[in-house]
Ligand binder design. Structure first.
Ligand code: GTP
Length: 201
């Protein structure tokens, strides 16, 4: 089974950090502006699932961001919406993204729309401006899953985010793959490391 997942959220909330954590189990600190669709496979209940994960930097240019948003929402079967617990505006954006996704895509069962809300940077609790309860309540009110994680500190919780989304998708409607037309931005993970020659793990 092949599923498309898009990781969305405003600037610097940790979209790349979460994606790279899943793929490499590592936190490398700085990620640059890398636009990529990564493939990652794992077994669930004896079946191999391949995730195509689209991670892109947030664009300051609102017209670019709006047109990309539409493409991403149409392309994806499942959504990971990330905010930083230290950034209230990023939380508000997640709330808006949920409405956009729900109004853009037709789901057989709107309550089962495969969205996972992620409050990242849990390790920075001393700078917290969004309480856990607020994230939980948003998820409850919009029928989404919710996780609070630290991509910096913990691989396992990041894994749970992606597994939680796949579980959610199993319950809902998985659409057939469409031709993507995004080959130009597909890069391998080696590109991530090639750019960061000075990284140490
Ligand atoms: N303390 C802490 N820092 C984090 C965490 N996740 C990401 N960061 C840092 O936050 C900054 C932004 O992380 P990115 O993963 O590049 O964020 P992004 O959402 O992909 O950002 P854009 O590509 O600009 O849209 C980097 O300096 C990361 O090291 C986390 O869980 N805890």
């Amino acid at each position: 089974m092949d599923v498309n997942i898009v990781v969305m959220g405003t600037e610097s909330v940790g979209k790349s950090a979460l994606t790279v954590r899943l793929l490499t189990r590592r936190f490398i600190g700085e990620y640059g502006d890398i636009e990529s669709i990564y493939s990652h496979s794992f077994m669930v209940d004896g079946r191999e699932i391949t995730l195509n994960i689209w991670d892109s930097p947030y664009s300051e240019n609102s017209s670019v961001e709006t047109s990309m948003l539409e493409k991403k929402v149409q392309w994806a079967d499942g959504y990971i919406l990330v905010y930083s617990i230290c950034d209230r505006a990023s939380f508000n954006t997640v709330s808006r993204l949920i409405q956009t996704i729900k109004s853009t895509k037709d789901y057989l069962n709107a309550e089962k729309v495969p969205i996972v809300i992620v409050g990242n940077k849990r390790d920075l609790h001393h700078r917290r401006t969004v309480q856990s309860e607020e994230g939980r309540l948003l998820a409850l009110n919009t029928d989404c899953h919710f996780y609070e994680v630290s991509a910096a500190e913990n691989y396992h919780s990041v894994l749970m985010v992606f597994h939680g989304l796949v579980d959610r998708m199993k319950d809902g409607k998985l659409t057939a793959k469409r031709p993507l037309g995004f080959r130009g931005i597909v890069k391998s993970m080696s590109a991530v490391f090639a750019r960061r020659r000075t990284d140490s793990f």
